[in-house]
Design a protein. Structure first.
Length: 410
């Protein structure tokens, strides 16, 4: 890397660390806040996620196009500030309505940052070794998560909304720092300066013609449906169906988050130091998620459930960076953020469609049934990844009339 690229890479690692540290601080114990302080039931817990994902879906395409036609840097800086504002709203308004309002604000922040951050760093450092760059970013995020998670239990022990208020203030401070230190030297939009409609059309045309893109995007939607069950119900499952040792559940959630983060660091380090076919790696991750979710949902012993939850969390850390690298390496710079936003729209679609159904199952049947129903989305996801690998092999086989880009054989 050049000196400028190294400087941008360090800022990228810093952003990943700061965002994850705040996430660890807030979301390790937020389920306790939402259940104990706001009194949400399982259906309301999932509806919180559904509102977040529905708003996120609506914001995704406009913010992706904005990043491609305007400035990825500006989207990231403003998005971090908006995320902070959303946390402050939720922490100050402990009701179902207040939490829902905070999700809409947070969704705008997430939409501004997602895609734009990945597109920004790809433009600054190039696409030569993006898998390693994204995995290192994931590791920086895991280190931040470790710090935030370790602090979450003690902070929430003082007052349940204190992690939210602290996290919001930290993100606003982070945005202020980024105004000064975050560069944008690379031009991510094409020289012809197309309009928004042309950018969207170009992105969708690329998705349709590149081998396996559509199948991988459907996998993203299926994994999104599964993740809604895990994100919103795993903590409630441990609280309702298992007796955690000791009187303070928040400290247990903090401890589990720390251990899961350490395991995630191990997994991403292994992947960052090895060269492997990307889709095969994604398939292995999805298979691991399927098995661990089933064990977590069915376990009657608290230690088996905890072990499955930790293994699940560790495997999950690798999915996003590996997928992002696979997509960015095959995407033209002028539509990169739009394509990544489309990926996130598929993810949000899976969560919006699956969330209410899983919440209803958890409320009217059982939390175990909801977790297993969520896991059922991962089996077809694995089948689609197998099919995608076969299509890529067929596209690169001798005698094909349309040769893909060299990296698409990975």
């Amino acid at each position: 890397m050049s000196a400028d690229a190294v400087a941008a890479y360090r800022v990228y690692l810093g952003i990943s660390f700061a965002l994850a540290a705040t996430t660890g601080l807030v979301y390790t114990t937020v389920v306790v806040y939402r259940v104990d302080a706001a009194g949400l039931n399982p259906l309301q817990l999932v509806l919180v996620g559904t509102v977040l994902e529905a708003a996120y879906f609506g914001f995704q395409l406009p913010t992706g196009v904005l990043a491609d036609l305007g400035s990825s840097r500006a989207c990231v800086v403003f998005g971090v500030a908006v995320l902070g504002a959303g946390l402050l709203v939720e922490g100050a308004w402990p009701t179902f309505a207040g939490i829902l309002a905070a999700q809409v604000v947070g969704a705008l922040g997430y939409a501004l940052v997602s895609g734009a951050l990945e597109a920004w760093i790809a433009g600054e450092v190039g696409t030569g070794d993006l898998t390693r760059v994204y995995l290192r970013g994931s590791q920086a995020g895991l280190a931040g998560t470790l710090l935030g998670t370790a602090a979450s239990g003690p902070v929430a022990g003082g007052r349940l909304n204190l992690p939210l208020l602290t996290g919001g203030a930290l993100l606003l401070a982070t945005a202020a720092v980024l105004v000064v230190v975050m560069p944008e030297r690379a031009r991510t939009r094409p020289d012809s300066e197309p309009g928004a409609v042309e950018t969207v059309r170009a992105a969708w045309r690329l998705i349709r013609v590149r081998p396996a893109f559509v199948l991988v995007f459907v996998v993203v939607a299926l994994v999104g449906g599964w993740s809604e069950a895990i994100d919103r119900l795993w903590g409630a499952h441990l609280l309702a169906n298992h007796r955690l040792p000791g009187p303070d559940a928040t400290l247990w959630f903090s401890l589990l988050g720390v251990v899961a983060t350490l395991l995630g660091l191990v997994v991403t380090q292994v992947l960052a130091t090895r060269t492997a076919e990307t889709l095969r790696t994604l398939l292995a991750i999805v298979a691991a998620l399927l098995g661990t979710t089933i064990v977590f949902g069915l376990a009657t012993n608290v230690w088996v459930a905890i072990g499955a939850a930790l293994a699940l969390a560790a495997a999950r850390t690798a999915f996003a960076p590996v997928l992002s690298a696979w997509l960015v390496e095959r995407t033209d710079p002028g539509v990169r953020a739009t394509v990544l936003s489309t990926r996130d729209m598929f993810d949000a679609t899976g969560q919006v469609l699956g969330g209410p159904a899983l919440g209803a199952i958890g409320t009217w049947w059982s939390l175990r049934a909801a977790l297993l129903a969520g896991a059922s989305a991962l089996a077809p996801a694995a089948v689609l990844l197998i099919t995608a690998r076969r299509r890529l092999r067929a596209a690169t086989a001798p005698g094909t009339t349309t040769a893909p880009r060299p990296e698409s054989t990975r």
